[in-house]
Design a protein around this ligand. Structure first.
Ligand code: FAD
Ligand code: NAD
Length: 467
């Protein structure tokens, strides 16, 4: 078969690229090595983790806040098997949706491992051992990433596990030890803490979610402590070993003491690495960067080999589904001769704990480092009528604006529905709004979004109304 574009990998980068290519009239194929489409995000990432986050949050509320709302329940129990089953159903519906979209857009889907014979010839190796040869003008590599570990830790995937196994457990852990206080650790840690597990987080840096605005990490830690999570910050893990049903995690404290924790599961969540195995990159002489971990690309996401592009987790930048999607659209439009654009500074970051954490633009730390003069306005959710009504008063919104021009430079929030509310910040910043612009726009009452307006008012001239 001769194609205009072959996409290798069907995650949010790959499937979006394939659909956009097809929309633009390019004859397109997508190769996926797994039995279902959707990649990490749909199968073992965003979607299943959010399904379990939602289920566990319902349980937590039923156990802890329903009574205050005037709802009594007897004999409340967790049916963990049902939670996992529902999560699997959500995943099946979502991955099935991609198969439907491929058909609808007349994209040829191939199940098998894709590899380069040369830059215009791709071999698909199928599960039954047979091979098919496809030729193409362009290739988009969208092979994503896999969990990384520490060199001295053996992942047995039963007791010392990655996020993939943490989404498939058959029991709620008694004591889950997390290595890494980043996004995966805190999202999956809060799932199990809400279901009754003791959860200990061992983090190397001096705050959790260390790459986000520092104030967010501090506030999130306080609220996660309320659901019983404990934190060992500035602690360096030196080992994790399973013996029978027990796991021992050893670490050095900031004072240099050697300590250990014992639990029944250890989730290693110290980041992810690009996945390029079996692509046959050597056959096209492709360069990799970041100590060989990522595929090097230029500003058009084209690799050092003309006509071969790479997107998503396999290239530099945030490892986020929407970043991969944006890059998928970008490359498709570039191949079709358009002039697309991505503003990488305005890709929002979200942590789906409760309260949720969301950010866009520069953090205070980054602005200080760049020497930019800025003003900050904050508004706490405890001053929001909407938040009081729903009993979600933890957290705040912070708006950072240029001291001279009032242009919004960053919005950081922790609070109810922050994941959805950050969209207002993205739109405002994409149109280069000032803090005053946001504060002059009508925000429905009572909504959580009023906190954004109040924070913008606070940044404008310390003019917040409700504090
Ligand atoms: P992937 O989704 O990893 O897809 C790559 C695909 O390529 C895979 O299906 C793989 O099988 C296939 N492949 C690899 N090699 C070959 C080959 N040679 N031939 C054929 N196929 C191949 N991001 C968010 O934005 N929001 C979230 O809430 C979120 N939650 C997450 C939760 C967890 C637990 C995890 C692990 C990740 C989460 N992420 C989240 C990150 C997100 O999943 C990734 O950033 C995103 O999936 C990257 O998309 P991608 O298309 O680059 O690669
Ligand atoms: P991460 O980079 O978010 O966090 C890893 C954490 O581990 C960091 O805080 C780091 O300081 C810590 N760490 C590293 N080495 C350590 C050590 N030796 N001892 C103790 N701590 C150590 O990585 P992650 O949580 O594994 O997530 C991987 C990727 O998946 C991220 O890039 C993230 O963007 C993506 N993801 C996104 C979402 C979301 O958007 N909501 C959810 C899950 C995953």
């Amino acid at each position: 078969m001769q194609y205009d574009v072959i996409v290798i990998g069907s995650g949010p980068g790959g499937y979006v690229a394939a659909i956009r290519c097809a929309q633009l009239g390019l004859k397109t194929a997508c190769i996926e090595k797994y039995g279902t489409f959707g990649g990490t995000c749909l199968n073992v990432g965003c979607i299943p983790s959010k399904a379990l986050l939602d289920s566990s949050e319902h349980y937590h509320n039923a156990a802890h806040t329903f009574k205050t709302h005037g709802i009594s329940l007897d004999n409340l129990q967790v049916d963990f098997g049902q939670m996992i089953k529902r999560k699997n159903e959500v995943v099946a519906q979502t991955t099935g949706g991609i198969a439907f979209l491929f058909k609808k857009n007349k994209i040829d889907a191939y199940q098998g491992i894709g590899s380069f014979k040369d830059k215009n010839t791709i071999i698909v190796k199928k599960e039954d051992g047979s091979e098919e040869t496809l030729t193409t003008k362009n290739v988009i590599i969208a092979t994503g990433s896999k969990p990384s570990s520490l060199p001295f830790i053996q992942l047995d995937k039963k007791r010392v596990i990655t996020s993939t196994e943490a989404l498939e457990l058959t029991e709620v852990p008694k004591h889950l030890i997390l290595i890494g206080g980043g996004v995966i650790g805190l999202e999956l840690g809060s799932v199990y803490a809400r279901l009754g597990a003791k959860v200990s987080v061992v983090e190397f840096m001096d705050s959790i979610i260390p790459t986000m605005d520092k104030q967010l990490g501090k506030e999130l830690q306080k609220t996660l402590q309320k659901i019983g999570m404990e934190f060992y910050l500035g602690h360096k893990v030196t080992g994790a070993k399973a013996e029978g049903d027990e796991v021992t995690v050893t670490f050095d404290t900031p004072k240099g003491e050697h300590k250990e924790l014992k639990g029944d599961y250890c989730l290693v969540a110290v980041g992810r690495v690009a996945y390029t195995d079996s692509l046959g990159l050597e056959n096209i002489g492709l360069q990799v960067e970041d100590r060989g971990k990522k595929i090097a690309v230029d500003e058009h996401l084209e690799t050092s080999v003309k006509g071969v592009y790479a997107i998503g987790d396999v290239v530099r930048g945030a490892m986020l589904a929407h970043k991969a999607e944006d890059e998928g659209t970008f490359v498709a439009e570039h191949i079709a001769g358009q002039k697309p654009h991505i503003n990488y500074n305005l890709i929002p970051g979200v942590v789906y704990t409760w309260p949720e954490v969301a950010s866009v633009g520069y953090t205070e730390e980054q602005l200080k480092e760049k020497g930019v003069k800025y003003k900050a306005g904050s508004f706490p959710f405890k001053a929001s009528g909407r938040a009081r009504a729903s009993m979600d008063t933890d957290g705040f919104v912070k708006v950072l604006a240029d001291s001279t021009t009032d242009e919004v430079l960053g919005i950081h929030m922790i609070g109810p529905r922050a994941a959805d509310m950050i969209a207002e910040g993205v739109v405002a910043m994409e149109y280069r709004a000032s803090a005053e612009d946001i504060s002059r726009m009508s925000h429905a009452h009572p909504t959580y979004t009023e906190a954004i307006r109040e924070a913008a008012l606070a940044a404008t001239d310390n003019r917040a109304i409700h504090i």
